[in-house]
Design a protein around this ligand. Structure first.
Ligand code: PLP
Length: 353
């Protein structure tokens, strides 16, 4: 039976990416070698890394003289401390918008390096909305935001205004829509949602913001080192980057406009059914609803397990919500086809208590 995987990450990737990646594991480019056994210094792998890095900037429409794209390790979680390590002096304050668990982690880590001011929060509303964000002035070292909150299913549909640097965790909505990436000074994203397998973390950084902090930065945590070494200071996660490159090529061929239209259509289809169906209720407030992670609950939560079983019979899997929120979460990343969302909607319509 065909499976429709709504997992929040690691998650679905385009079918052709899975098939090219598996072929490369067996026999990369008819070389008789697996991609897994190539040296990261070989011309083949250097080319893969360079192509992936340049596709990132190309898709973001960023100037390669101003920005660098890096594939690092440690997940998006490592960026919670790498960002302040590189950008926050001990006597300075950074501004962070608190939209849930991941921004809370960013706050906790930044506080190890300097001061943190939470400039907006939706905690009092159990993170059901994106709060109004004030213009952040230049006294702050930077403003940190999370554009899409994977756990709660909320998403920013605007770019905040800041007179200082703007840093964004885009782990769960990167490349999902047309976006003015040039408004940001540093963007990061764990690959395992819209990009590729777990193991690679994409960082896009504006070169000029680096080299300004007073402290010494450990070599491996210094963005400038990774820029100078073309993202290969030490052994990079070659296979993960290769798969990201395949997804990026798929994206470029399809076009971000098309992806955005598809994502809008999928989200609209699902929210429409949630709002219509008396069994279900959306978690996020209208105006803050994510097009990537759609969270919903059941008015009678004793029926949740039977709904999950009902969905599994149609191949609809991994819709259980995050343990801190409960209910359901359907992740509609770029590779999820509209057919999968239609299946889920059919399951919602055919469900009987
Ligand atoms: C928005 C966001 N930020 C950060 C993380 C942490 O990512 P990682 O597991 O790659 O450290 C996640 C994980 O789901 C996430 O959704």
């Amino acid at each position: 039976m065909k499976k429709y995987n709504f997992s929040a990450g690691p998650s679905i990737l385009p079918e052709e990416v899975f098939s090219k990646a598996s072929e490369a594991v067996k026999n990369y480019n008819n070389s008789g070698l697996s991609i897994l056994e190539y040296s990261h210094r070989s011309s083949e792998i250097v080319e893969i890394l360079e192509e992936a890095r340049s596709l990132v900037l190309d898709l973001m429409q960023l100037n390669s003289n101003q920005y660098s794209a890096l594939f690092l390790q440690g997940g998006a979680s490592a960026q919670f401390f790498m960002v302040p390590y590189n950008l926050l002096d001990a006597d300075k304050t950074c501004a962070i918008v608190d939209t849930g668990k991941w921004s809370a982690n960013a706050i906790k880590e930044a506080a190890n390096f300097g001061s943190v001011k939470v400039v907006a929060s939706s905690k009092d509303n159990t993170y059901r909305n994106i709060p109004k964000i004030p213009v952040v002035c230049k006294d702050f070292a930077y403003l940190h935001i999370t554009t899409n909150n994977t756990i709660y299913g909320t998403q920013m549909d605007f770019i905040p205004q800041a007179e200082t640097l703007m840093i964004a965790d885009m782990s769960s909505d990167i490349f999902s829509r047309k976006w003015d990436y040039s408004q940001y000074d540093l963007i990061y994203a764990g690959a395992q949602k819209n990009l590729g397998p777990a193991g690679a973390t994409l960082v896009v950084v504006k070169n000029e913001i680096l080299g300004k902090v007073q402290r010494k930065i450990p070599t491996l945590l210094d963005y400038q080192v990774h820029i100078d070494k073309k993202s290969s200071f030490n052994t990079p996660p070659v296979f993960a980057v290769y798969v990201c490159g395949l997804t990026l090529k798929w994206l470029k061929d399809l076009g971000i406009d098309t992806i955005e239209a598809q994502n809008n259509n999928k989200a609209e289809l699902l929210y429409k059914e949630i709002d219509r169906n008396p069994f279900f209720e959306a978690y996020a407030e209208i105006g803050s609803r994510s097009k990537m992670n759609v969270n919903f609950t059941m008015l009678d939560n004793s029926l949740e397990d039977s709904f999950i079983t009902h969905c599994a019979k149609s191949g609809v899997v991994n819709i259980k919500g995050h343990r801190s929120v409960g209910g359901f979460r359907a992740s509609l990343y770029n590779a999820m086809q509209v057919e999968g969302v239609q299946k889920l909607v059919e399951c919602m319509q055919s469900f009987k208590a």
